[in-house]
Design a protein around this ligand. Structure first.
Ligand code: DAH
Length: 341
C-alpha cells in the first residue's frame, strides 16, 4: 500500500493535462487499477485484518481522489491563466487609424462650381437625364438637320426621347415654369456616343442661364471671367467668337494654358490657350420657346464640361480615371489626406 501511494504521488507530479490525469486515474482507480487490485488481497485475510486493511485502502482511495481533484483544479487554472494571457488586449496601444471616405472628385468639382455661382446669386436647378427630343434639340433652336442630332452623337430611346446630350434643355424647362427674371446654374449627367481619353459616353456639365431686363454681353464677360479666376486662380481669360444654335452672338472662352503657363505645349496644342466654356446671348427663338418676350427680356447662357474642369485643375490626363473607381486615384481627393480644394 505504501508503495502504491508513493508511486501514485510521484506520477501525479508529472501530470500536465487532463488527458494524462485521466490515464493516471484509470491506472490506479480503474477496474484493473493498482489500488483496485489491492482490494483483491482482502480475500486472503482474517476478519480482524480485513477490517483494518479495508479501512486503510478506502482511506488511500479517498486520498487519491482528493489529490486528483486538486490536480484537476490546478490544470484548469493553468489553462485559464494561459488563455487570459494569450488573449490579453493592451489598452495602452494607440488605436488603428480610421479610414475616411471622400467625395468623388467630380462631385467636389461640381460643389465648388456651385459655391462660386451661388455666391454671385445664382440658384441651382436640375433637369431629367431622359429628355424629350423637343427640349434637348427642337426648342433650343437646333433644327432637324443639325449635326448635333446625328445618330453618332445621340443615344435615342425612341423617336421622341433621348438621353440628354447636354444640360441646355434645363433652360427651356425652367423658363416654361418660371416667369423672368431667372438666374440659375444646372449641373448634371449628359450622354454622348463618344469614347477616348478625353471623352466618356457619360459625363457632367454645368449649364447657366440668366434672363432679365437689360442683360448684356458685358454681364456675360464679367460673370464668366470672375468665375474662371475664382476657380482656376489668376488665369488669362479670352472670349472667341463661335457658333451655337441657341445663342446669338455666341462665344467660346479660353483660359491661358495652366499646364505650360501660355508658352505652348501638347495639352494646348501649342496655342497657349485652353477652351473651357461655351456661351452667348440667348437666341430670341429660345426665349420665345421658353415663353418669354424677347422685346422685353434678354439673357445670357453658358455651358461647361465638369470633367474638363477637374482634369485641368488637378492635372489628370485620362477621363476614364474618374469612372474606374480605383481607390488609389480617389483617395488622393480625400480631405483627410489634406490635399483638396
Ligand atoms: N450645350 C453646349 C454643349 O453641350 C454648351 C453650351 C454652349 C451651353 C453655349 C450654353 C451655351 O448654354 O450658351 O456643347
Amino acid at each position: 500500500m505504501e508503495n502504491v501511494k508513493r508511486e501514485f504521488e510521484e506520477e501525479l507530479k508529472s501530470v500536465k493535462n487532463f488527458e494524462e490525469l485521466k490515464q493516471l486515474k484509470a491506472a490506479y482507480l480503474g477496474k484493473k487499477g493498482k489500488l483496485t487490485s489491492l482490494f483483491k488481497k482482502l480475500k486472503g485475510l482474517s476478519e480482524g485484518e480485513k477490517k483494518e486493511f479495508g479501512r486503510k485502502i478506502n482511506e488511500l482511495k479517498e486520498h487519491f481522489e482528493r489529490l486528483l481533484e486538486e490536480k484537476s483544479k490546478e490544470i484548469f487554472e493553468a489553462i485559464k491563466r494561459e488563455s487570459i494571457e494569450s488573449e490579453a488586449i493592451d489598452i495602452t496601444l494607440p488605436a488603428r487609424g480610421i479610414n475616411f471616405g471622400s467625395l468623388h472628385p467630380i462631385t467636389k468639382t461640381i460643389m465648388e462650381i456651385e459655391d462660386i455661382f451661388r455666391s454671385m446669386g445664382f440658384g441651382v436647378e436640375v433637369g431629367p437625364e431622359i429628355e424629350l427630343d423637343l427640349f434637348n434639340f427642337e426648342l433650343l433652336n437646333i433644327p432637324k438637320e443639325h449635326p448635333a442630332r446625328d445618330m453618332q452623337d445621340t443615344f435615342y430611346i425612341n423617336d421622341n426621347v433621348v438621353l440628354r446630350t447636354h444640360t441646355s434643355p434645363t433652360q427651356i424647362r425652367v423658363m416654361k415654369r418660371q416667369k423672368p427674371p431667372v438666374m440659375f446654374i444646372s449641373p448634371g449627367r449628359v450622354y454622348r456616343r463618344d469614347s477616348d481619353i478625353t471623352h466618356s459616353p457619360m459625363f457632367h456639365q454645368v449649364e447657366g442661364l440668366l434672363v432679365d431686363k437689360n442683360i448684356r454681353f458685358s454681364d456675360l464677360k464679367c460673370i464668366l471671367t470672375g468665375f474662371l479666376k475664382l476657380f482656376f486662380g489668376d488665369v488669362k481669360v479670352r472670349f472667341r467668337p463661335s457658333y451655337f444654335p441657341f445663342t446669338e452672338p455666341s462665344a467660346e472662352v479660353d483660359i491661358g494654358c495652366i499646364i505650360c503657363g501660355g508658352k505652348g505645349c501638347r495639352v494646348c496644342s501649342n496655342t497657349g490657350f485652353l477652351e473651357v466654356l461655351g456661351c452667348g446671348m440667348v437666341h430670341p427663338n429660345v426665349l420665345i420657346n421658353g415663353g418669354y418676350d424677347p422685346e422685353n427680356y434678354t439673357g445670357l447662357a453658358f455651358g461647361l464640361g465638369v470633367e474638363r474642369f477637374a482634369m485641368l485643375k488637378y492635372g489628370i490626363d485620362n477621363i476614364k480615371l474618374f469612372f474606374e473607381n480605383d481607390l488609389r486615384f480617389l483617395e488622393q481627393f480625400s480631405y483627410h489626406k489634406g490635399r483638396l480644394l
